[in-house]
Design a protein around this ligand. Sequence first.
Ligand code: HEM
Length: 246
Amino acid sequence: MATQVSNRGSAKAPASSAAAPARPKRPRIPAVLLKFVIAVSSVFLVLYLVVHMIGNLQIFWGQTSINEYAIWLRTLLQPVLGWEGFVWVVRIVLAFAVIGHIWAATLLALRAKRARPVKYAAGNKVKGNYTTRTMRWGGVIVLLFIVYHILDLTVGTLNPHGEHLAVYENVTADFAPSRWYVTIWYVIALLAIFFHLRHGLWSAVQTFGWNSNKREPILKAIATGFSGLLVLGFLIVPISVTFGWI
Ligand code: HEM
């Protein structure tokens, strides 16, 4: 057994490999294109979030208002696209945006990891910086949330009411006080969205070269304020249901 292990070890690491020169691989897809994909997908995703958040607030105007809004969305461009056609167009663009965003961000992250020269010199202590890790883990939480959320409020399989187009009933059943843990899960996911969005906005400002020492505090405040307002606009719905304000 021990012989096998040592044999495998020597087969894997021949003496010549240590001396092999590090060959920098030319990235096939230019980084600028990957950043462009991230930027375009982000614009669409942020727009979607803003519209979705404002739409959700209609629940404060009552059952008819929000349920009719859900039906109205499905009648948009109906003569051209048919019932729910517009919603399907948005869904498809959204799917492309999410996949493109993850693909480009992952490729860039892998390249940055490979390019880090101190990787082996400082052993295990070396770690991606705090923000980079927050972005990655935040991104994973957001992705898991989206899958859960669609099964919860669109498909209805994870929702205690789960009736198609009965948005008011589905939302109020979902975040009922007895299901406080669902509200907490939404709070966690929305906090992840807050940090992800805030950092994303700030990175965009830097990528486009809009920042300067003088403008930095105000631009950071705008990124924080925008992300905070968006997330609060979302959070107010589950919290209001759980506390019985709706
Ligand atoms: C916590 C607040 C939120 C509430 C109360 C909420 C509510 C809803 C409801 C009721 C639907 C179904 C709408 C319909 O069938 O007409 C829906 C769909 C959806 N939501 Fe949310 N949402 C929230 C947050 C979010 C967030 C933060 C995201 C994105 C990260 C998101 C992404 C989506 C997506 C992708 C759909 C599927 C839309 C479709 O049917 O094609 N939602 N949401």
